[in-house]
Write a protein that binds this ligand. Structure first.
Ligand code: NAD
Length: 314
């Protein structure tokens, strides 16, 4: 990786990934691009472009002008937004991806594509979910992710594009707000705990899902993209997880730091149905064996760090 493009750089993952890449590879070597006209303050300094990933000629021009060799393609509509705007989500998630794959083919770029726990479905084993298993998602977002995994593998086998991906679980960050996913509660709860000591959760108390703290998610993306290609048997996409908990368990962990914190449940049927179709806990042994994946933050460490960071900035 010498010259890197990050699409969707203004989002929850992109803001922090851009900083990490700029620290590692130099600010001028990491080009941030997003459909939002102004770059999130977090990612300064460094080059920034307005880009709609559906515009293949604009994408081509950025890659050509900047001599890009690696693309982190993050631009997408997330799960609950995608259920509200399914046609637009298909357009952005699939046409954006195929544009990025084509540009990667023409300009010989390596490509990172984040998939998700949404790429499974109700027929997938929900505990110890295998790396290779049945994937019949019932959400538009999940359908776009499993299609994306297949398309990336197709471009690797057919055209030699070095496409690699992760199936991220819900991501938790103290720096950037989430962008409309089903696991957003696991971020919102911290802001509520600090501000009002109470949170109304939109998922049921016993909804168990895989999660990961953002520093681990960023490391995972960079480590996968710098891994020895010869060691990768899988490519799109690796199961990765760091912890698996329910809202009730997360609330109990927060109460160890804020004893007066309370939680109530006001279930949103749409997001509950999405969560119920996802695995509870993935098996990520393929990532551990093939490129040395190891999370640093478990539930206890993540909660402590989130509260410390948010208290120092609120
Ligand atoms: P986000 O919604 O916070 O950010 C997405 C960014 O993409 C936004 O800044 C948005 O402006 C941009 N965008 C949307 N449409 C665009 C378009 N047409 N052209 C260019 N930019 C566009 O999402 P995120 O949480 O940062 O997720 C990044 C990636 O990681 C996505 O592909 C998502 O599916 C995947 N992922 C995220 C999570 C999570 O919990 N956050 C979990 C699994 C996978």
């Amino acid at each position: 990786m010498k010259k890197i493009l990050v699409t969707g750089a203004n989002g929850q993952v992109g803001s922090e990934l851009t900083i990490a890449l700029r620290n590692k590879y130099g600010p001028q070597n990491v080009i941030a691009a997003d459909k939002k006209p102004v770059l999130n303050k977090l990612t300064q300094p460094g080059p920034y472009y307005y880009l709609d990933v559906r515009d293949v000629s604009a994408l081509n021009q950025i890659v050509e002008t900047n001599d890009i060799d690696t693309i982190f393609h993050l631009a997408a509509l997330l799960s609950s937004v995608a259920e509200q705007k399914p046609q637009q989500a298909w357009d952005v998630n699939m046409n954006g991806l195929i544009n990025v794959l084509e540009i990667s083919r023409v300009h010989h770029c390596a490509l990172f594509f984040p998939s998700s726990i949404a790429a499974f479905g109700t027929e997938t084993p929900s505990m110890d979910t295998p790396q290779d298993t049945i994937q019949r998602p019932t959400t538009l977002y999940g359908i776009s992710k499993v299609s994306g995994e297949l398309l990336c593998d197709y471009y690797y086998h057919r055209f030699g594009v070095d496409a690699r991906g992760l199936r991220y679980p819900g991501l938790i960050s103290s720096k950037t707000p989430p962008g409309g996913g089903t696991t957003d509660y696991a971020v919102d709860i911290f802001y509520a705990a600090i501000k009002s000591r109470h949170y109304d959760c939109f998922l049921r108390a016993d909804t168990q899902l895989d999660m990961m703290y953002m520093p681990d998610a960023i490391d995972a993306a960079i480590n996968l993209m710098t891994a020895d290609s010869q060691q990768l048997k899988h490519r799109n996409a690796f199961n990765v997880t760091a912890m698996s908990f329910t809202p009730q368990q997360l609330a109990a962990e927060i109460q160890k730091h804020i004893p007066e914190f309370t939680i109530a449940y006001n279930v949103d049927p749409l997001r509950q149905a999405i969560a119920d179709s996802w695995p509870k806990h993935m098996n990520d042994s393929a990532a551990k064996v093939e490129w040395g994946w190891q999370a640093q933050f478990d539930l206890q460490a993540m909660v402590k760090d989130m509260l410390e960071n948010l208290r120092s900035t609120q």
